[in-house]
Unconditional design. Structure first.
Length: 142
């Protein structure tokens, strides 16, 4: 199962390591360096159908919480305005702050706290929607 993944990460080395891991597993990865760029790329690919539904291009968006211009929560809000059903994973070193702000979002959200293992990233990406409460990961679906 190959996924199309959009990543917003302001640390280039981390972004490239995510790309190597995920592309090595057959996924298509697009990297952006901040929330504003991520939102703009996402917007370019949104296609509304005649019946008003959204044709989803990205299967998953991975957001760093602490970025310049727009943080992860702000970026997620704008992405969800374009596609309320978009699946999003937050990668953050401050998971408690993100968890407190999640009620502002619509659901289909996973939080992955730094530091995490490569296997935790793979499980979060490839098992999205089936992840149970774990030590470092929390999924919220509404």
């Amino acid at each position: 199962m190959s996924l199309r993944i959009l990543i917003a990460e302001d640390y280039k080395e981390l972004a490239e390591s995510y790309r190597m891991i995920l592309e090595g597993r057959g996924h298509e990865v697009t990297i952006t360096s901040n929330g504003m760029e991520c939102r703009n790329i996402f917007r370019q690919y949104v296609q509304k159908q005649v019946d008003g539904s959204i044709k989803q291009h990205f299967d998953l968006v991975i957001l760093d919480q602490g970025m310049l211009f727009m943080n992860g929560i702000e970026t997620a809000k704008e992405i969800q305005q374009l596609n309320p059903k978009q699946k999003i994973i937050f990668i953050t070193g401050n998971g408690q702050t993100v968890l407190q702000k999640l009620p502002q979002l619509l659901g289909n959200i996973t939080v992955l706290n730094k530091p995490f293992t490569v296997q935790a990233l793979i499980s979060a990406v490839e098992g999205f929607g089936t992840i149970k409460f774990r030590e470092m990961t929390k999924t919220i679906s509404r």
